[in-house]
Design a protein around this ligand. Sequence first.
Ligand code: PEP
Ligand code: MG
Length: 577
Amino acid sequence: MHKEKTYRGVPASQGISIGKAYLYTRRQVNIVTTVLTTDEIENEIDTINNSISISLKELDKIYAISVEKIGEKNSKIFEAQIEILKDSIFLESVIKRIQKEKKSAAFIFNDEIEKLGNIFLKSANDYIKERYDDLMDVKNRVIRNMRREKLVSKVDEESIIFAHELTPADTILFSRRKVKGYGTDTGGVTSHAAIIARALRVPAVVGMKVISKFIATGDNVIIDGTEGIVIVHPSPETLEIYNTKIEGIRHHVSLLDEVADKPCKTEDGKHVEITANIEFVEETDFIRNCGIGLYRTEHLYMEKGDFPSSGEQIQEYTHIAAVTFPKSVTIRTFDLGGDKVLQQDSHKEVNPYLGWRGIRMSLDRVHTFKDQLKALLISSVKKNIKIMLPMISSVDEVRRSRVILEEVKKDLDSAGIYYDKKIPLGIMLEVPSAFVLSEELASEADFFSIGTNDLIQYLLAVDRGNELISGMFQQFHPAVIRALKKIVDSGHKHGIKVSLCGEMASVPLAVPVLIGLEIDELSVLPSVIPEIKQIVRAMKSSEAKALVGRLLKMPTEEEIKNEVEKFFETKIKTKIL
Ligand code: PEP
Ligand code: MG
């Protein structure tokens, strides 16, 4: 009897699967160095030319499968690999060296690619560093083809694949065997294998460091891509827990179907918009006919390791606007800084959360900001995009942003490019100074969206990521409730809508408070949309308002929480599933 063992890693693609493991180990390519005779040299040149044409055919095929399965944008990596093999100058230098040094094609090819790879590795840019792996992948493919070895051995359908590392090509090829998950020792959330797993919609856990050493083909495993957990040899009890979870997910999907078309209104007729918080385009699958209340664009920078071009952004924003249409999508301009920095970013700050973050960075890098605004405007032809600015702490920042937006609009006008002239420009309310100035800001912005993750962090001086003080991160702190009240009242006084897109909107217990505060829109995690919608439909806004009236007089979090719990128990719980 094997003992159950749990491995933790980075949750890279949502979902849970139970099945048999398949351990994928790539054989190391051994390269021998013997001096060749003249005949052998000709042979070697034929071998490499042949091998490159086989490799190109393979890559063309992989590219085609990839485009079909996960679309053109996610398949770019293979285009880059094809380009390397089509580089005639590079190949000529390999052939010349074979002739001159009389060494095997594999040896010279390996050496030349390694040289190129070392230049990549020395780069300070993480994106270029990551391209090293792509180069090695191409190299191994070509050398394997010189020996006519096959890459992927037979994998039973519906296996869960484990490997030290998976190349994008491995990930795509395995997907043809209907694999149910991917787990690797290496990689982060933006690694190619992770991106592809998300696009394929199979669970993935990456960065588990050692799992490939401890797992064997045929082992029973559970992979939980939402929590970032892999359980090997699960006990019957654990299996039962996870089967229940899978059942829960199925139930969630059917619930989603059930409530998807029902109006989101309280029992006494107050309409509340429920929208989704999205980080990756693929998540739009899980939101049905909801709009998007927060689309975070930072991942474009994190994945590329640099600012994406206008063209790349247009592709992304046009797509997201199209899949959300006729509902709208609120796209937030880059909120970089804080914990969202790349290792190579040269500026190191002692207090990054109080530093060069969000709108501050955009206003300092006007060129980058203009590129993003231009891409947003060009993508706005369906008139369902709203622009949102993060980390606003003064009126001046909104005014300067608007001036820049107007400049970009003028450029597009003179180029005769069509866009939504009335595109709304809203702001995130997440810095205490913004809440103090919410009246003034409401007359500058087209809408408000409250970011409670940061607002609570800054208002209560509690680091949102610090486990030691996580108990002090209190959503029901009286200062938080009163701040929310002031923001909503300021917004409504100036006739603008107020949304809330922090995690607080996804907490069932907080929903009656937010409705009572008269927040117009709750932007929540896709996974809780049906639950939150059910709660809204089960309550009376008049009762929620009365509840908030009582809460605003309470001096401690404990009292507020007790009162809210009592309300939830007596007024809501019995009416929801
Ligand atoms: C927030 O601060 O509440 C928010 C939604 O933004 P982020 O979590 O991306 O900082
Ligand atoms: Mg924030």
